[in-house]
Ligand binder design. Structure first.
Ligand SMILES: NS(=O)(=O)c1ncc[nH]1
Ligand SMILES: [Zn+2]
Length: 260
């Protein structure tokens, strides 16, 4: 199967093979801040995000992004909108093209960021990620917007590995300590949350989204380095970019805010 973003009509054609693409709880969505609803319960039971220095084992080129994988040891998420403990599984990102303003998947009042990081967790009431991935309460994903600004040395350590995973399936071990907590914005109290889906096929409607309001600053060069990853296209191997699904209709959902 080719490049899901570039083969055929891309995301707008995914429904042909995955009818759920037109489902009632799809992602990403536009976050219209005039329509979000402050929920004091979210602050009453604060979101607890726990990461450790030893939870990232390797990095792989998945053919549509980089992916830092974890055995989840000591990395768990609970509280806020979650009724269970979720264990960290992996992080990856989505980004746009050179000199474009698009790149993120979620948008805020119709505005895109140049990239969006996803930290994927699975509900430990299930046996493992594979068991959880298609359950309505199976996954919780923290989304962090990237904004152009000062360099982020921590993320730079991950980007230094990109040259070692030039092609789809390439994988290397991470032999240094990397705490994914470095990738959380300074203020991770303020977030939006709603029930949605995976943003890539099979688009399972299994994700409780937790979208951080505050973006993380990375340098303009670091945004460019994302595009040094390579992927297969109908015209051969080339730079990886525009690996994002545009927002889909919110339908009958309300996005809750943890802040007033
Ligand atoms: N982009 S996403 O975080 O919704 C995702 N994770 C796994 C597959 N797709
Ligand atoms: Zn993602």
């Amino acid at each position: 199967r080719g490049n899901i973003y570039l083969s055929g009509a891309g995301p707008s054609a995914w429904h042909e093979e995955y009818p759920v693409a037109k489902g009632k709880r799809q992602s990403p969505v536009d976050i219209n801040t005039n329509k979000t609803k402050f929920d004091p319960k979210l602050a009453a039971d604060p979101l607890t995000i726990r990461f450790s220095d030893s939870c990232c084992q390797s990095i792989v080129n998945t053919g549509i992004s980089f992916q830092v994988t974890s055995n989840g040891a000591g990395c768990e998420l609970s509280g806020g909108p979650l009724d269970s403990t979720y264990q960290f599984a992996q992080f990856h990102a989505h980004w746009g093209a050179y000199l474009k303003t698009t790149g993120s998947e979620h948008t805020v009042d119709g505005v895109s960021y140049p990239a969006e990081l996803h930290l994927v967790h699975w509900n430990t009431k299930y046996d493992d990620f594979k068991d959880a991935v298609d359950k309505p309460d199976g996954l919780a994903v923290i989304a962090v917007f990237f904004k152009r600004g000062k360099e982020h040395p921590g993320f730079g350590k991950i980007q230094d590995l990109f040259s070692k995973i030039p092609a789809k399936g390439a994988k290397v071990n991470i032999d240094f300590e990397f705490n994914p907590g470095l990738l959380m914005p300074p203020d991770s109290e303020n977030y939006w949350t709603y029930l949605g889906s995976l943003t890539t096929p099979p688009l399972y409607e299994s994700v409780t989204w937790i979208v951080m309001k505050e973006p993380l600053e990375v340098s303009v060069e670091q945004i460019a380095i994302l595009r040094t990853l390579l992927w297969e296209t109908p015209n051969g191997v080339s730079q990886m970019y525009n690996n994002f699904r545009p927002p889909v209709p919110l339908r009958d959902r309300v996005i809750r805010a943890s802040f007033g």
